[in-house]
Ligand binder design. Structure first.
Ligand code: CMC
Length: 427
């Protein structure tokens, strides 16, 4: 490969620099193409477009590699605590004990939300989807924390980061508890980050709370596995909203909305609904495989396929093992897990799926664990959002620190050419 990339347009050649990543990825910097040639590139869905340089997450879709700041997802899921991973993603290195203690202490200091937020929560109808509530309440937090809307100093940046890490779990617990008709409270200052989230969600007003280590460990692992995934739909949303210098809470609220869709984080809810409907229908997986392959049928095998992974999703491998473990440890037999395994087996030997490189993704088995933990289907994507929070924060912070320009793609206009206005009575 030479030092420059050449693009020929009509009878002219234009030269562009290459951008090389630390893992050998190569891009052509075409940012000056339009100025030089009056031509733009077009790439719907950004299948071939890098939107930024980033030092946070590396993934190789062909080899099934996922690393946060250089550490493999397998090692982190096995050994780390979610708060350590959050620190790693946001600040670049694993914290030492002192840094971790300080981080947790700072978060605990601001682990409270304005009681008026409860009034907003109460005004949602019972039928409201938890993701809609989470996005709205995260956005509402901006009004209660106006100082976090404008981030110009390191101190303000840090303050916004710990506030959002402190307050979103409270909202998540409240959304869950509202759905169950339980009282809304606050966390336990003496507990770790994940232990505290688990208690805030599951404690009953009429019973002493006894921590279940299996549940805490499963949630910890799931949160780590969801913590970042480079420039996916919701993260790109967070970065692009933040690129207008909207604050962290507003940007994250937009990310939550993007995550909600069934093609993105909403797939975890869609997977369980699909597996339940297969079971209700008699458990004939072949029938649903045929539907997924039928181009005239809008049905897709939810939890299968990925824009980037074309071999396997390393997160799905870990979650599948974890699903078996959690169900065993909790003594739960779930026929849906067997249907999921059956579907996976069939898909992995089916030409349609092999040819298109469609494999189980992170969402295929995660819902089975959430279900075993008695988390309702509609809350699954909220749990994904809770895990993705540090990733969104890290990407937003990086975007601001790198002083990325405002996100503003161009388009190719395909509408009407100029025409004259016609008076109403003449149309
Ligand atoms: N079931 C059946 N066919 C599929 C599926 C599926 N789940 N996924 C992709 N295909 C087919 C698709 O019809 C197309 O076929 P053809 O080439 O004949 O037109 C081909 O595979 C390529 O699909 P695509 O939609 O062009 O691929 P994409 O990169 O734009 O979409 C995806 C990726 C994840 C949106 C898609 O695979 C999908 O809809 N999967 C189901 C939803 C899902 O599980 N989403 C969670 C993604 S992982 C969590 C996250 O990061 O958000």
């Amino acid at each position: 490969m030479g030092n420059k990339a050449t693009i020929g347009i009509e009878d002219k050649n234009y030269e562009f620099d290459f951008v090389k990543g630390s893992e050998g990825e190569v891009a052509i910097d075409i940012s000056s193409l339009r100025n030089k040639s009056n031509v733009i590139t077009i790439d719907p869905g950004f299948k071939n477009t890098g939107s930024c340089k980033s030092a946070i997450t590396f993934l190789d879709g062909e080899k099934g590699i996922l690393r946060y700041r250089g550490y493999s997802i397998e090692e982190l899921a096995e050994n780390a605590d979610f708060l350590e991973v959050a620190y790693l993603l946001i600040f670049g290195n694993l914290p030492n004990q002192e840094q971790l203690d300080q981080f947790l202490f700072d978060i605990k200091e601001v682990s409270i939300v304005d009681e008026d937020l409860k009034k907003i929560l109460e005004s949602f109808p019972k039928s409201a989807h938890p993701m809609g509530i989470l996005s709205s309440l995260t956005s509402a937090l901006v009004s209660f924390n106006p100082s976090v809307a404008d981030i110009d100093s390191k101190e303000e940046m840090y303050s916004a980061i710990i506030k959002i890490l402190a307050k979103v779990p409270i909202i998540v617990a409240w959304v869950y508890r509202k759905g169950k008709g339980l009282s809304l409270g606050y966390g336990d200052y003496s507990l770790g980050y994940v232990e505290n989230i688990t208690k805030m969600m599951f404690k009953r007003p009429n019973k002493e709370y006894i921590q279940n280590d299996i549940i805490v460990s499963a949630i910890n692992k799931l949160l780590i596995l969801h913590a970042d995934h480079e420039q996916n739909c919701s993260t790109s949303t967070v970065r692009i909203v933040g690129s207008s210098h909207a604050g962290l809470f507003a940007s994250v609220s937009a990310g939550i909305s993007a995550l909600w869709g069934r093609l993105h984080g909403g797939a975890n809810q869609a997977v369980i609904e699909m597996l339940e409907s297969i079971e209700k229908d008699g458990g004939d997986t072949k029938k649903f495989m045929a539907k997924a392959k039928d181009k005239s049928d809008p049905f897709r095998l939810m939890g299968f396929g990925h824009r980037v992974y074309k071999n396997f999703d390393p997160r799905a491998k870990i979650i599948k093992i974890e699903a078996d473990k959690v169900l065993n440890e909790l003594g739960i037999k779930d026929s849906i897990l067997e249907i999921a395994k059956g579907l996976e087996k069939e898909a992995l030997s089916d030409h349609y799926f092999i040819d298109r490189k469609l494999y189980p993704n992170v969402d295929f088995y995660s819902g089975i664990i959430y279900k075993a933990l008695e988390i309702p289907n509609e809350m699954f994507t909220v749990m994904f959002a809770l895990g993705r929070l540090p990733g969104w924060i890290a990407q937003w912070k990086e975007m601001r620190e790198m002083k990325d320009p405002i996100g503003r793609p161009r388009q190719i206009y395909i509408g009407e050419n100029h025409r004259s206005f016609v008076d109403l009575e003449l149309r």
